[in-house]
Design a protein around this ligand. Structure first.
Ligand code: MN
Length: 240
């Protein structure tokens, strides 16, 4: 057993015993906890009839889980394992080149889906952002887009323009302004220094069971389930 194996074995033993650190072992305090899938904060059928329960269950428990499983596998021997996922996507230059694209695909997949779940599901009927449900976000929408309706229209166009698999986003950019953008595959806006406040997964797995090839129906119905209070919270955090 070489020294590296010995440290690894010692750390695994310590983890089994619940020991947080071992005096004299340099790497003992490093966080190498694998990424885990958080339960959805609402039921799989909570977004019916707009997004169906079976789609939500497969999307969360299979697709999102697969990104996490693959990310844990590719970072298994890396000190970056366990880095908060948003932070990891801003430190890709530290990821070895031979695994960087796999980390982008699966780390982006993990971050994007965790974000997406966080802005879906709200109590009550269809509504727009306003001064009561989005006190900080709403004025920014007026400033940048003149009205929520204009925002919806431009965002829908962006979502429809994604060729193949990707995402539409509303982000806060470096000038602290709202901006609509798209990303391909599982690329995250965080990779280019932009912070998501609203996002829509337009991979076919996100809508095909219910809407089949009609992405436009899915994009339109998405607005019925957006939680504006959650969007407002992301917006406030992006400005801080
Ligand atoms: Mn997805």
């Amino acid at each position: 057993m070489n020294r590296r194996d010995m440290i690894s074995t010692t750390l695994k033993g310590a983890a089994l015993l619940g020991i947080a650190s071992i005096p004299g072992v340099a790497f003992a305090k490093r966080s190498t906890a694998p990424y885990t899938l958080a339960p959805l904060p609402y039921a799989y059928d909570a977004l019916e009839p707009h997004i169906d329960a079976l789609t939500m269950e497969i999307h969360h428990s299979k697709h999102h889980q697969a990104f996490i499983t693959n990310l844990n596998r590719v970072l298994a021997d890396s000190p970056l394992l366990g880095t908060p996922i948003e932070e990891l996507l801003t430190r890709l230059n530290e990821v070895p080149a031979n695994i960087r694209q796999t980390v982008i695909n699966n780390g982006g997949g993990h971050a994007n889906h965790a974000f997406f779940w966080s802005i879906l599901h709200k109590p009550g009927p269809w509504n727009e952002p306003d001064r009561s449900n989005a006190p900080e976000f709403y004025p920014a929408v007026l400033e940048q887009f003149r009205s929520p309706g204009n925002l919806f229209e431009l965002f829908d166009k962006a979502a429809m323009s994604v060729f193949g698999s990707g995402w539409a986003w509303l982000v806060v950019n470096a000038d602290k302004k709202l901006e609509i953008m798209t990303t391909a595959n599982q690329d995250s806006p965080l990779m280019v220094g932009k912070t998501p406040v609203l996002g829509l997964d337009v991979w076919e797995h996100a809508y095909y069971l219910k809407h089949q090839n009609l992405r436009t129906n899915y994009v339109r119905t998405f607005w019925s389930v957006v939680n504006w209070s959650a969007v407002n919270a992301h917006y406030k955090k992006a400005l801080s």
